[in-house]
Ligand binder design. Sequence first.
Ligand code: UDX
Length: 430
Amino acid sequence: MYNIAIIGTGYVGLVTGACFAELGNRVICVDNDSEKIKKLKSFIMPIYEPGLEELIKRNVNKHRLCFTTSIKKAIKESLVIFIAVGTPPKEDGDADLTAIENVSKTIALNMDTYKLIVGKSTVPVETGKWIEHTIKINIKKTLSFDVASNPEFLREGTAINDFLNPDRVVIGVSSKKSKDLLLDLYKPIKSPKIVTDIRSAELIKHASNSFLAIKVSYINAISKICELSGADVLKVAQGMGLDKRIGRTFLDAGLGFGGFCLPKDLDAFIKISEKLGYNFELLKSVRRINDDQVLSFIKKIKSSVWNIKSKRIGMLGLSFKPNTDDLRFAPSLKIIEKLREEGAKIKVFDPQSMQKAKGILKDVCFAKDSYDAAKGCDCLLIITEWNEFKELDFVKLKKIMRYPLIIDGRNLYDKDKLTKLGFTYLGIGR
Ligand code: UDX
């Protein structure tokens, strides 16, 4: 059992804190947003993540997990301190690391015994070195500490399972003491553990996320070739994916990758490489291909409904992927912006993110369910592959739509089946 502090209750911090508590540790989660902490104390979740509320309730009730705004208290009471604060993108794509610097300084000024400070946020290579430097210049001379890097690979929507059953645990350390401590902390997790130096651990996270982005953009580029040549990208992905060296995952063509990690980390990695003296052209193309997916989707809509002005467009899905209410860098937002510019009337439905969307989207109607979104529309767009959209009653749908046109940005439906039912159906790359 370890006393752990988690600084920052974003996606990564909250899930990490709850899961370490579930493994039997005593965890204090800290955030400087007092409203958020107040809500968490009343079990009101800032994000929708399956299973998280129950996990937090269980561990708070067992006195293994608590929330506070007092970073000083959390530092004093913990041996291991995870930094999980945000590293938002700056204008130029570079990661803003001021929160990490501030937290490092606060740790140095408030620690009174040995602490292990672990970087959990996705950060550029060499951040560990800067954390160490910041602590060194602010700490009382007699105290010792270690810095480590332990990047998190959890995905939104499956975050708890990803934390408890990861493909690997990456531990970047510079001393035996910190290595032994982290290996012991992760002992209950039966996944392969890789111990590296701190810089390599930091790089593993960026290299992994960017590789996933490459896979998605690659299949999206292939989807273009499929459309131009008359092939079917689903078949191509199946055929490619059976090669064990390639694998089928992350070969779903669609509207491109969104969310807060892949786009942001890709931009940051391009920037980091530039600073280190390498022009990462490959990743720049990956970014361009991704941006183009939304633009070509808009073109597809235009070529199917002719003038967009005053057309009624139904949209199913807003979140950047299913099982999350996260709208950050969601393709839906760009699509709505473009369609609104052209004067479309939009009605949307999403199972989880409507509340968040109401706060940021103007000039769109919010439907009460999928059928309400489709009613009277000239075209129905599939934006997010939520399970409940997979099982729609298409006979009913056809009756209530003004014109039976479905443009499927996630290749959710069987083209032949829908065509037989009288729909005009357009997918991606097929
Ligand atoms: C990702 C990484 O998977 C995770 O390891 C890291 O810690 C955070 O970033 P997440 O952003 O939650 O996780 O989503 P993920 O499931 O990886 O999907 C990323 C994006 O790629 C989504 O927009 C998704 O729709 C898109 N995607 C994914 C595709 O378009 N096609 C695919 O085949 C797979």
